[in-house]
Design a protein. Sequence first.
Length: 303
Amino acid sequence: MLEPENLYDIAIDGSEVPHGLPLVAGLTGFADAGSAVSQFSDYLVDVLDTRVVAHFDADSLLDYRARRPTIFFDEDHLSEFRPLSLDLRLAKDELGQQFLLLVGYEPDFQWERFTAAVLQLIERYRVASTTWVHAIPMPVPHTRPISVTVSGNRDELIGAMSIWKPRTEAPANALHMLEYRLQKLTHPTAGFVLLVPHYLADTEYPAAAIAALESITAATGLLFPTERLRAEGRDFQNKIDQQVETNAELARLVSTLEQRHDSYVLDNPLPSPLADADGELPTADDIAAELEDFLASRHDDDA
C-alpha cells in the first residue's frame, strides 16, 4: 500500500495550525440531495476567512471521466482552467473561532488510503472532534423543517436530534468510512444525514444548506453567517408555495406528506416518518412532475 502521507501536500507551517480544533467535513459527489453539501461547502469557503492547510492529489483520487474540470473558452482561446480540489482548510467562524474544514470532491479511488491520510492529519493536529454532513432524498414535505438522522458516537446529539433511526443497508460514501474508523478509535464523531424533500433533490435548496450549518453549530458551537442563504430560502419557499396553491392535486399530495410526517413526530406508532399505517411509501411522483414547470421557470429567471 502506498504511504498515506504521499496523498497530500502540507501548505502551511504546522505551528500556524492550533491543536485541538474541531474538524468539519462535507464532500460532494454522492447523494447530495438539494445540493446541500455543495452549497454548504461553497458558502463557507466564500464567506469565511480560510487558508489551505493540506491539498490532496486529484490525479490519485479523481476519475476525470466522471467529474471533469471546467475550462473557459474565450472566442478563440482557452482563458482559464479550473480544476477540482479537495483541501483541508483552517477557517474562522463568525466569532473568530478557529476550526478545520475538509471540503471538495469525494474521492473516486483509494478510499482506504484517503481515510488513512485524513486520520494522519487528525492525529497531527490533535483534532478534538469530527463532524460531517450529507443529504439524501426522502418523501417528506418542504413545509416542515428539515430533519436529520445522526450517526457516530456523540450520544447527546443522537438523542436530541436524530428523528429517524433505521436499521438498514445503504451505499456508503468516503466519510462513512472515516466515521467508522474514528468510532473504532473512540474519537468524538458525528455524521448528520439531512432528509431533503425528494421532489427538490435536484435543485439548489437553500433550506438544506441552512440545516447543514445548524447541525454543525449544534455539534461544535461554531457560528456561521446565514443571512444570504435565509433570504434565498424565503424566495425559494415562496415560489414553491405559489406553485402548490395553484394546483389542487399537488396541494393534496403535499398535505398527505405533511400528515404522515406530523404523525411520526407526534409519536404515532408508524414504522418511519415516510410510511403510512400499512408501511407503504407514499407515491409522490406527481409532485416532481408538477414542480417541473416551477423549476424550469426558476432557471429562466436566473438566466
